[in-house]
Design a protein around this ligand. Structure first.
Ligand code: PGA
Length: 260
């Protein structure tokens, strides 16, 4: 794992955007794995800014989102399809028909397999963007998820329901099921890019990076990913025991890459 401790949430977004920009420059037809939540909003804002300045284009790319609520139609304001259209797709040049979000209204028995086939037909995911839940989840792979799991229906954990209840009105239906890429799906991406900001994530980030690989912290499975980059701000990285070492690795990596 490459661990980068950035000075601020803005720097997390900038460094994350650098990863996507580099990929899109070398591989314009890249297959992007995208995420919803508060954390990636700043990343998407930065990507939109770069797109508007003519620095990058998504015209030949395609994307697969991690997850969607079961029972919410795409036009529902709390659906993740709606989120993606609002915060990213409507503001860049990616063809909407080449953006995929799991179908929350599809037959639960087959929806996961259908999504896996779509990813496979696209040639697999080049770069998967991830956030992390306070309970260590990635996508909606809650603690105890199989580390080999593929896209399927999951029951949301109480902590996740509580964390996300702020998005739903008091008397509004809040789904307790989601369809999510599995941990095995995420591990098959060619690169994983996890972003975390704020002190509420400090324990989960510590467990992910420095704890054992365990289904109790699904994000710890990224220790098994051949190319995982974790970018956190100081608050989210506050519990890391080896912060100085990660800083040194970063400096040396920067020096090596500036040589060519
Ligand atoms: P957040 O969600 O970015 O809204 O904190 C992250 C997650 O639950 O994966």
């Amino acid at each position: 794992m490459q661990v980068i401790i950035a000075d601020s949430a803005q720097e997390v977004a900038r460094l994350g955007a650098d990863q996507l920009s580099r990929l899109l420059r070398t591989t314009p037809e890249a297959v992007l794995g995208l995420a919803t939540g508060n954390t990636p909003i700043a990343l998407y804002e930065e990507l939109i800014r770069r797109y508007r300045q003519g620095e990058l284009s998504f015209a030949r790319a395609q994307s697969f989102n991690l997850d969607e609520y079961v029972g919410l139609a795409p036009e529902h304001p709390q659906s993740y399809r709606y989120f993606m259209n609002r915060y990213l797709f409507s503001q860049i040049d990616i063809p909407l028909a080449r953006t995929w979000v799991p179908d929350g209204m599809a037959d639960p028995a087959s929806a996961g397999e259908v999504y896996e086939s779509l990813i496979e037909a696209a040639g697999g995911i080049d770069l998967q963007v991830l956030g992390i839940g306070r309970n260590g989840h990635i996508g909606f792979n809650e603690p105890s998820s199989s580390l080999g799991s593929r896209t399927r229906i999951k029951t949301l954990a109480p902590q996740t329901l509580a964390d996300n209840s702020r998005f739903f009105a008091v008397d509004e239906f809040q789904p307790s099921l989601a369809i999510t890429m599995g941990i095995g799906t995420i591990l098959r991406s060619r690169k994983a890019l996890l972003l975390a900001t704020g002190d509420a994530k400090a324990d989960a980030v510590h467990a992910m990076v420095e704890g054992p690989v365990t289904a109790s912290c699904p994000a710890s499975a990224l220790q098994l990913h051949p190319c995982a980059v974790v970018i956190v701000d100081r608050a989210a990285g506050a519990r890391l025991q080896h912060g100085e070492y990660y800083q040194r690795v970063r400096q040396q990596t920067d020096q090596l890459s500036s040589r060519d």
